[in-house]
Design a protein around this ligand. Structure first.
Ligand code: FAD
Length: 343
């Protein structure tokens, strides 16, 4: 039978490719009508690049991203504090990539369509509910835009890769409530700018309450510039009013640019970089507490649905990729069974 995967994000698509690699049929049900290259830059760490390499995607990563060479810390005046190598330069067998999240998702999506076929992905299929059956699970989907029922599907297992607002997690833990804010807000954007330092350096400048991170995520563009991903971060007192997390929430530059106005270093113009972006997004730094268990019978959680992390430090995508690969290994060992999910 088929494994049902709810969510066509980084985790769900990696799982589909991995199951295909071991010859297990699966289908991905994605809530949105069309997967668009959303988000800004992320990093994929060597342990996750190893897995994408095993899926034959290293060339695609090289075409689309940058092999991050080093991570450098600076004061808010742009004075160097510490530099350490990353990826191959740090002695790993696999590189670390800085890449646009949406481009990474598109690479995975193209591979899914090419290898599993267009029918393996059903858009406008938002998981609404599921029930256990004697042979596995039965899952009901709706079109979120219209509220219409779009079908009920039977599968051996249901893997919920449906992100930080996971419907399955909500059903398993109905009293959990909203994600938890840690007092910080991130403003994120991409600007076409000049290369800085080694050309493959990720920098973090500032201090605990006010921080700026940036790194290139593209090769040189025809206009001679590079796509530079940046994140401005500030700590707020607990009574500060913050808006619910939404990766697509647009940010207003005048709400945070003034704090960085004098961060003009001789090697990087921080306010210039912020000012010249086409879009900026606001995101409160939220996560959720760990759960006692992710697996209930023939259903389990994967990626952000299981363990949403702060979208910093290259956590989310890298860990979702590992989840998909480990789960596939256990399905190879135990078959399409609850025992595989438990393992
Ligand atoms: C639009 C978007 C933009 C993002 N931008 C960034 C970013 O700029 N930087 C960063 O660090 N992280 C970003 N993330 C989060 C990052 O992608 C994840 O932390 C990480 O990749 C873990 O992957 P995941 O597959 O668990 O979750 P996600 O990549 O979040 O994927 C979850 C998928 O499930 C779908 N879905 C949700 N509910 C249902 C449902 N009930 N039924 C079916 N499908 C459902 C969603 O539409 C989404 O495609 C973004 C996530 C999204 C969805």
């Amino acid at each position: 039978m088929t494994i049902l995967i709810a969510g066509g994000g980084i985790g769900g698509l990696t799982l589909a490719l991995s199951l295909h690699q071991i010859g297990i049929p699966c289908r991905v049900f994605e809530s949105v009508a069309e997967l668009k290259p959303l988000g800004v830059g992320i990093n994929v760490l060597p342990h996750a690049v190893r897995e994408l390499t095993e899926l034959g995607l290293l060339d695609k990563l090289d075409e689309a991203g940058i092999r991050t060479r080093e991570l450098s810390y600076f004061s808010k005046h742009g004075k160097p504090i510490w530099t350490e190598p990353r990826g191959l330069e740090a002695g790993y067998k696999w590189p670390q990539f800085s890449i646009h999240r949406g481009v990474l998702q598109q690479i995975l999506l193209d591979a899914v369509i090419e290898r599993l076929g267009r029918d393996s992905l059903l858009n406008s299929h938002h998981l609404a509910n599921y029930t256990d059956t004697p042979d596995g699970v039965s899952a009901r989907f709706v079109d979120k835009a219209t509220g219409d029922d779009v079908g009920t599907y039977e599968g051996t297992l249901l893997i919920a890769a449906d992100g930080i607002h996971s419907a399955v997690r909500g059903k398993l833990y109905p009293h959990e409530g909203a994600p938890i804010w840690n007092g910080r807000i991130l403003w994120r954007g991409i600007t076409e700018g000049d290369a800085f330092l080694s050309g493959r350096t990720m920098i973090m400048a500032g201090h605990e309450s006010l921080k700026f991170v940036c790194y290139p995520i593209s090769a040189q563009l025809p206009n001679g510039k590079f796509r530079i991903n940046w994140i401005a971060e500030r700590y707020f007192p607990p009574d500060h009013h913050w808006r619910r997390e939404d990766y697509n929430r647009a940010a207003k530059l005048d709400e945070f640019l003034p704090w960085f106005e004098d961060w003009r270093f001789d090697w990087l113009d921080v306010p210039g970089l912020i000012r010249n972006c086409t879009h900026a997004y606001e995101y409160p730094l939220v996560d959720r507490d760990p759960l006692d268990r992710w697996t209930f019978g023939n259903v389990t959680l994967l990626g952000d649905a299981a363990h949403p992390m702060y979208p910093i430090g290259s956590n989310g995508a890298s860990q979702a990729i590992l989840d998909a690969r480990v789960l596939t290994r256990e399905i190879l060992n135990h078959g399409e069974t609850a025992a595989a999910l438990h393992a």
